[in-house]
Design a protein around this ligand. Structure first.
Ligand code: FUC
Length: 348
């Protein structure tokens, strides 16, 4: 197990890229800028090591990363309708960055700050801790927040992101990671042949602007039923109006039942790669890269629609407007704790 640090000079800014490598040869690389995961290299069923996430070839493109490739997302992942919310009787107005809505923490979200990184080696893992303090009023949100986010890779080919945050005022917070996975290896084809199993029997309906309507829909008898596994291709031309609003794909909050041992299992038949996800979060956005076009030059090739799938574990900003949804409120002096583990293996 070891780690490597590579200093980079990007548009006059000094960044570092860190690579964590375990004893099996699996590696995870990330930047201090945005905490962005630039590559994850894992073996296929024949032992070939290939990259399984989307990342830019030229790192300066991360300065204008409208797809949020690999980035940490906050203060609030997802869309805050009309860029406004009320807390303790006070109304807050946030910057708009998607029409009149506020997406993924707004233009100055966590994806665009440079984190303080400390590498941490233990007997069983290699990892890093990312620190940042965001001041009261930053990006429009109340409360000074101290973040401590840990990236840990073990010899079980498990990569864990632990998010810890602490606010000195009541506020709202819901963090996630925006990696686009593609288990074919080195982006050989889109993710439409990936098979996904979700421990989720309900999802939140979206309106035409991808804002949650406040209705929780059962997945039963729809292409949103991933409880026994299904191909992502099923959502492309299903005719289901919910796939239509998401530009012929998935971009939905699935609420976990937390009954199965794993919250998510993704497999890709040709490479034989398998990814399981376990989290303490109440929900996950399954996003099939519906807005990814061909304009990005990635490490291995040019981008295209459906080239990656995001598994964004989180709570939901729908809770700001509707009762009964997992809350994103964080009370003063309470510790926010989110943990998500991505484990890579191969089909036997
Ligand atoms: C996801 C989606 C969005 C968006 C973005 C880049 O989380 O919910 O629709 O396009 O990421």
């Amino acid at each position: 197990m070891h780690s490597k640090t590579t200093p980079l000079s990007i548009e006059g800014q000094s960044w570092n890229e860190y690579t964590l490598k375990n004893d099996n040869g699996m590696s995870v690389s990330f930047l201090d800028f945005g905490g962005i995961i630039t590559s994850i290299v894992t073996p296929d069923k024949d032992g070939n090591f290939e990259n399984v996430v989307l990342g830019f070839d030229d790192y300066k493109d991360y300065l204008n990363n409208s797809n949020y490739f690999g980035a940490l997302i906050g203060r609030v992942s997802g869309r805050i309708a009309n860029s406004t919310f009320s807390l303790n009787g006070k109304e807050y107005q946030l910057p708009e960055n998607e029409g009149k809505h506020h997406l993924h923490g707004g233009p100055d979200g966590l994806h665009s700050i440079t984190w303080q990184v400390e590498l941490v080696e233990t007997a069983t893992s290699t990892g890093a801790v990312l620190y940042h303090t965001s001041l009261d009023g930053d990006a429009g949100y109340p409360g000074t927040i101290k973040y401590k986010i840990s990236y840990t890779l073990t010899n079980d080919n498990a990569f864990t992101i632990d998010y810890e945050a602490f606010s000195d005022q009541d506020t709202i917070l819901s963090l996630t990671n925006h990696s686009y996975f593609n288990l074919t290896g080195n982006l050989k084809e889109t993710v439409l042949n990936h098979e996904v199993k979700l421990d989720a029997s309900q999802f939140i309906e979206l309106d035409q602007e991808l804002i949650p309507t406040g209705r929780l829909l059962p997945v039963t008898d729809t292409v949103f039923d991933f409880t026994n596994g299904r191909k992502l291709a099923d959502g492309v031309d299903s005719g289901d109006p919910q796939n239509k609003v998401a530009s012929d794909g998935y971009d939905h909050f699935f609420v976990f039942d937390h009954k199965a041992e794993e919250n998510v299992v993704v497999t890709e038949p040709t490479s034989g790669r398998k990814l399981t996800v376990k989290t303490n979060q109440p929900a996950m956005v399954l996003y099939t890269g519906n807005s990814v076009d061909d304009s990005c030059t990635l490490k291995e090739r040019q981008s295209e629609k459906y080239l990656g799938v995001c598994l964004e574990t989180q709570s939901t900003p729908a809770s700001l407007n509707y009762p009964g949804f997992p809350s994103i409120e964080l009370a003063k002096n309470e510790v926010y704790r989110h943990t998500t583990t991505f484990t890579f293996s191969t089909l036997s």
